[in-house]
Each structure stands twice: as C-alpha cells, then as structure tokens.
Design a protein around this ligand. Sequence first.
Ligand code: 3PG
Length: 371
Amino acid sequence: MIKFLNEGIAKKYKGKTCVLRIDLNVDPKTDEGLFRLHSVLPTIALLRKYHVRVVIVSHKGRPTHSAADKKLSLKPFVSIIEKEIEESVAFIRTFNFEEIRETIGSAKQDVFLLENIRFCAGEERNDKKLGKLLAGLGDFYVNDAFAVSHREHASVCAITDFIPSFGGLQLEKEIKNLKGVMTRPESPLVVVLGGAKTNDKLPLIEQFWKKADMFLLGGGPSNTLLAAQGIPMGDSLYDAKLVTKVRKYAFAANVFTPSDTASRGTKILDIGPETAKEYAEIIKTAKTIIWNGPMGLFEKKPFEKGTAALWKAILANKKAVTVVGGGETIASSCLVMNRCKVPANVFLSTGGGAMLEYLSDKKLPGIIALR
Ligand code: 3PG
C-alpha cells in the first residue's frame, strides 16, 4: 500500500526536512511548464504549513555531460518557484553532498532547489549510493513527480530504500483518476489518440481494445492506420515500421480515422472539418473519455482547428469522466480555455509517457518503490 502525504503525516514531520521529487522537465516560459509546477504547489503548501523544510529535486532534459548541458540548469526555476510560494528559495548547484548538507543546515531559507539531478551520473542508473546521499538530505521523502515515475532512477526509486517515503498530493490524484478510467469506465468509453508518435500510443489501443467503445484517431496514429488501409501518406508523419502491426485495427468498425484532412502539399497536418464534426458528435455521447495527443499541428494556424474542436466537445460534455494527458495535449488546452477553469469532470494529467504506460497497465517503478 502506498502511503500518501496528508495533514497527519505533515504534522508528524513538523519542523523536519522533506526531500521532494517533482518534475520540472519543461520550458519554464511555457504554459505547460507552469502547469506541472502548479500541480505540486498544494504539496509544498501542506509541507510548509507544518514548517517542514523542503529540498526540491528534479531533472530536466537528457543531459549528455557536455557543455550543452548548461541549458538544462534548473536555476531559471528559482524565481518562478519563489513567486509561486511567496518564499525565498536557495539554489544548490553543487553535488558535493557534504557541502549540500552544510548549506541546508546553515541557510536562512527553508526551501531549496537542487541543480538538475540528471547531471549526477548515478541518477539514471538508479544508483543506490546516490539514493542514499539524497536520502541523507532529509528525514522523509515525497514523490510528487508522476510524470517521471516510469523511470527507474535514483531520485525516484533508490532513495525510497533509505527514508520513509510517501506519494504527494498530485501523485495521489493521478493514480485515483487514471485507475478510475481503467478499472470502472462507464460505457460508452471513447479513447482519443493523436500526436506525433504512434509506437507509444499502440499499447493503449491494445490495452483498451476490449474495453473501449470507440477510438478516434488523429496525427501519427491515424496516418499509420491510413497507410495500413493502403492510402498513400505522401510527406505525412507516420510509422512505416508499424503498418503491418496496426492492420488489424485499420479496418475495425470502432476505430475512426479521418474522413477528411487539412494538409500542406502532401503532408497531412490536421483532421478536416467533417472529421472534427464527426468526432465531436461521438464525444457528445461518451460517458468516459481518455485523450492523449493533439489532432494536428495545433501550434501553426490553420492546423489548430481539429484539436480546438475536440477540446470544445470535451468541455461541453459535463457528464463524462474525462482524463487528458501528454505535454502537447495539455499545452493545446490554451486554444480554448484558461486552465484554472477546468471543469470538475475533466482531469488533466501531468504525465506524458508515464500516463501512457500507466494506462497500458505497465508497472511504474516510481510507484512500485513507494509500496
Ligand atoms: C517527461 O517529461 O515525460 C518526464 O519528465 C520524463 O522525461 P524523460 O522521458 O526524459 O525520462
């Protein structure tokens, strides 16, 4: 059983120090970046309510241990976090753990942000020594980084061997909402898949094949199925290696591919208006909706229309239990709404790959580690 952080636990650790894993693997200037940060603010607030000192650990990008890594520093997040929590944050750039402990012990601040933990070689190896050193920075550990919980890394897994470990408030919400649509989806269940990559969406089709009533496809997944139907894909993005594998889905009556598309030359860049209408009608009837991956290149007009139409349909359906995830899908929500106004029946997941893996029924190492 996972123990999640709550008032009682925060109270028990009053005045102590928490090593808090969050996911800042985002551009701090973007909406999506702020979304991931905003999602963990309640956890930080609960810890600070009980005067718990907080050592924030996160990764960013995939460092190559070269000069290019400078761009992956977490320093730019300091002022952003300070503004959000209205408290001064001390940035720790060294990985000399003795020095870190001294800094934490003597600093006037109560909130610390460690430099990108992937700068430490042991992080991605789930190195026990690194886990122990990180654990040595606090009295307990909280994982509120659902988005990286599919990685078996030291600050996600190994650390839990050394200090009492809990799931954060956002992690708890993620598990509750995703488990809900997996185990008790009310029919009709509609699964909407888009985005660039097909191979990370395919396990979801397989997992929900018997449970879902309809699959609505856009982007790379629909192009790959259209290719399997024998339609020439021109310059469009599709996964040629998966064409044979997806053939069994390509002609199924409950799998919808676009009947019209918006293209530039021979490149499909969005679903067309007829398809958007057809998908919106289906969404209207859904009681459960899972969505990952935009319908098109929503960042470039006029190819935002399909994705915007889907958002509108999803927001209009107030009776469906809806989960939406994936960095780009969440970023595309700005086409139609201010994220503070998300309806109560819609859960926005902070996970990209983690959401897909969780819904594909894979065991996430970061969640297993908390058990
Ligand atoms: C994400 O953004 O999906 C997570 O932070 C994981 O990042 P990774 O794919 O580089 O491990």
